[in-house]
Design a protein around this ligand. Structure first.
Ligand code: MN
Length: 138
């Protein structure tokens, strides 16, 4: 068994090219073939969010702490709370991040495609899109 010790890996700032605001990434798992799983704990400070992007095999976001937001292109912004799991379909443009006045941490889980293709990145999320009122939770 291979136990990846927490103190063997460091927290890294997410790259400015694909994120807005302050975002930190803690690696959890980079799967070794035949696994294609990749898991990262991501912490967004208030206002922090990804750029628009898409995952070839989709993505699962498990919300750990704080209050977050997620939006699939063409749909309303959704608010995320601890314990929520958001399932992002394959090849679907979306973004995720903190609520404007709250920090947020999620465990992001995804897989590469059969051909090794990973996340496709697009333009940053505008303040106008980011600040839209989320859909009310029923
Ligand atoms: Mn995503």
């Amino acid at each position: 068994m291979d136990i990846k010790r927490a103190n063997s890996r460091s927290t890294k700032p997410a790259p400015d090219t694909n994120f807005t605001g302050q975002v930190l990434q803690d690696p959890v798992l980079v799967g070794v073939a035949p696994s294609r799983m990749r898991a990262t704990n991501v912490t967004f400070l208030p206002g922090g969010r990804t750029a628009w992007h898409a995952h070839p095999v989709g993505q699962t976001l498990y919300c750990v702490t704080g209050i977050g937001r997620v939006q699939l292109e063409g749909e309303q912004v959704q608010e995320l709370h601890p314990g929520d799991t958001a399932c992002i379909p394959p090849d679907t443009r979306h973004w995720h991040g903190s609520a404007p006045d709250r920090m947020f941490t999620h465990l992001a889980m995804s897989e590469t495609s059969d051909t090794g293709e990973g996340t496709a990145w697009f333009e940053k999320v505008s303040d106008e899109d980011y600040n839209k009122t989320p859909e009310a939770i029923s």
